[in-house]
Design a protein around this ligand. Structure first.
Ligand SMILES: [Zn+2]
Length: 414
């Protein structure tokens, strides 16, 4: 079979519609390369029950570096000094990727804030405005005025540019803020020297088409600054919104391993990376084959289990028990098209395709095919007995592995 963007033998078989010119022309601003910033250590640890020990932070940073993320966001610690020590530990351990620090608050004594945050020596320092809900809701008719915000931006951004390599600017709940205000202030930040502009969907309250529109509008006034997107999963749309932002021209995506994060979590690193690489054909620098091992590592060090049916890295993502699917796999393998039953092969993301025997295995001919493959010839009455006994066992254990079924059948054969 001929390789096409949507069909790569041995790797993936996706939909040709993804590459239809009529579809592609609607996302002309999509970048060829997208940069992933991992927020697992900061927002991931905000997941209820997640705790990452100091030693594990170093191991996680090394693994993220090895995976190919373009920036690692530092965790919140007691003091800037403690974060600075951790940055030094990362560097001594061999972490080479950019270090991002979400810290410098622009209200109150912002010069002191920037000075202290700059001592951490991050590659990217986030200048962050914190507004009260009423200030955003009233479009700054209450509390701080737009003029005051612009004055701080005009002074603080160049001040920070003189102290760190890259300056980022943004405020929480950007997706709840008025468009004209966002454009005016973010544009001022870009003109003052910010090289990253953060859109935060902090309360997961936007849908894909709207976030794409926001990115497109912001790009009109962003100059050379790149747009970074940060989404929460309150409606289960964090990944869809992140991808929509990329379609609109966002170059940076903020993501967390296993979609960890407060409430319903942040945009999942695995899902964003695999979708961009496989569905969109956008480069991310991520070594997809390391995703599963990283997910398992994150489970271990945070104490938060990954949901079984999670896309890409969940235990069920490449585990089948349906007899009809097993028969389709057999058929497509015989036809030389093993990718036909999955969108992408398990090995692409470091997983292994496996099969188990559960209640839905008993429909169709999968059990008979297994019995035949083992060279057994039970009578119809014996086959009925095998089915009954296996089903009782499955009801007790929920499902049986292929090994367990083979052992059972071997015993029966003797
Ligand atoms: Zn967030």
């Amino acid at each position: 079979m001929e390789t096409k963007p949507w069909y790569v033998p041995g790797k993936w078989y996706t939909s040709p519609y993804n590459w239809d010119p009529a579809v592609r022309c609607q996302m002309e601003g999509i970048p060829h390369r997208v940069y992933l910033r991992d927020v697992t250590m900061r927002e991931g640890e905000e997941t209820v029950g997640a705790i990452i020990s100091p030693e594990s932070r170093v191991d996680l940073a090394l693994k993220l570096d090895e995976l190919g993320v373009d920036a690692i966001e530092m965790p919140k610690l007691d003091s800037h000094e403690a974060v600075g020590e951790l940055v030094k530990t990362f560097r001594r351990a061999g972490v080479k990727t950019r270090i991002a620090y979400f810290s410098a608050k622009l209200r109150g004594n912002w010069k002191k804030e920037i000075d202290r945050a700059a001592k951490v020596e991050p590659d990217i320092l986030d200048l962050h405005f914190s507004f009260s809900p009423r200030e955003i809701f009233s479009d700054f008719q209450d509390g701080i005025s737009k003029e005051e915000i612009l004055k701080v931006v005009d002074e603080a951004v160049p001040y920070a540019c003189g102290r760190v390599k890259e300056v980022a600017f943004g405020w929480s709940k950007t997706t709840r803020s008025h468009l004209d205000t966002v454009k005016t202030v973010y544009s001022a930040a870009a003109q003052a020297g910010a090289s990253h502009l953060h859109i935060y969907d902090s309360r997961g309250s936007v849908f894909p088409f709207a976030v794409k529109y926001l990115v497109q509008e912001l790009k009109k006034v962003a100059g050379d600054a790149s747009i970074s997107i940060h989404c929460h999963n309150d409606f289960g749309l964090a990944v869809a919104n992140t991808l929509a932002a990329v379609e609109g021209g966002a170059h940076w995506c903020e993501v967390a391993v296993n979609g960890l994060g407060d409430r319903a979590g942040n945009s999942s690193l695995e899902e964003v990376a695999a979708s961009l690489e496989i569905l969109y054909g956008v480069k991310t620098g991520i070594k997809l084959e390391k995703l599963y091992a990283l997910s398992k590592f994150a489970e271990k060090i945070t104490g938060v289990p990954c949901q079984r049916n999670k896309a890409i890295v969940g235990e069920n993502a490449f585990l089948e028990e349906s007899a009809s699917h097993m028969m389709q796999v057999k058929e497509s393998t015989e036809e030389g098209l093993p990718e036909a039953n999955v969108p992408f092969m398990a090995e692409v993301v470091g997983q292994t395709q496996r099969y188990v025997y559960g209640s839905s295995t008993f429909w169709g001919g999968a059990l008979e095919a297994k019995i035949e493959a083992m060279g057994l010839r039970p009578s119809p009455q014996q086959l009925g007995e095998i089915r009954r006994t296996l089903y009782e066992e499955i009801c007790k254990k929920r499902f049986l592995t292929e090994d367990e079924v083979e052992q059972f059948l071997s015993r029966w054969g003797n």
